[in-house]
Design a protein around this ligand. Structure first.
Ligand code: SAM
Length: 219
């Protein structure tokens, strides 16, 4: 196993495949678990995870440290959140999901981990989870809603520490099907820059069509 990037904790690459170091030997998502010496690694599929796709497309920074606290919006069944929980092995993940049916799977993922809790709520109403969520180092969002940029900025405003990083997986077609994704990425960049500093951007093909991935930093 080779370190993927010395600035990104617990992320590895081997023969073009991405892995995350883990403490768990059981595979909840049918992912391959590989042993190397005393260490275990979970294979991370960039076709299932926009964060993995952004890494494969050479995003320059992600802001994660091993002890980062993360507010994860749009946690779904917990696939990418489970990898984030391994990456921030000494940190914590607040995983917000609106849909009760997928949140059932998320609860199972959280039950075996000490550093991740599920929150059944809408990210559109950040105040609804203010009694549970603290200020965080990272806000990660993967929500295909028309107002996904507004939701992201509201949560960064409420929960992101100054100097903290925001990671926004943007589904262009959910915002406006009539617009060319590249025109939309430019509009979103301008909207983000009014409130926050945009530090990097990647399109996610060939792993995801019409998706962009922004990294921002709170001023
Ligand atoms: C594309 S999926 C997320 C996949 C997940 N991030 C992963 O990589 O494993 C988007 C999720 O966002 C959830 N969602 C949509 N609107 C939401 C909202 N307002 N608040 C919280 N979750 C929301 C959906 O129910 C869905 O599970």
């Amino acid at each position: 196993m080779n370190i993927f990037n010395k600035n990104f904790p617990n992320i590895f690459i081997e023969k073009g495949r991405l892995y995350v170091k883990t403490d768990f030997s059981n595979s909840l998502f049918d992912e391959r678990i590989v042993r190397d010496g005393n260490n275990l690694f979970r294979e991370w599929d960039p076709k299932r995870s926009k964060l993995a796709a952004a890494l494969m497309n050479q995003i320059s920074q992600i802001g994660f440290k091993e002890d980062s606290t993360v507010l994860y919006l749009g946690a779904s069944h917990g696939y990418t959140p489970s990898f984030v929980s391994d990456i921030v092995a000494k940190g914590f993940v607040f995983a917000v999901e609106i849909a009760p049916i997928v949140a059932r799977d998320l609860v199972i993922v959280c039950e075996e981990r000490r550093n991740m809790i599920p929150i059944l709520a809408s990210a559109n109403h950040p105040k609804d989870y203010e009694t549970v969520v603290s200020k965080v180092d990272i806000v990660y969002q993967d929500i295909s809603q028309k107002n996904q940029v507004e939701i992201f900025l509201k949560n960064c405003d409420t929960y992101l520490k100054q100097g903290g990083f925001g990671l926004l997986a943007l589904k262009a077609r959910s915002i406006d099907v009539t617009k060319q994704p590249r025109d939309l990425y430019k509009e979103v960049k301008s909207a983000l820059e009014k409130m926050i500093t945009v530090v990097d951007f990647r399109e996610l093909q060939p792993f995801e069509k019409d998706h962009g991935f922004f990294i921002v930093k709170k001023r």
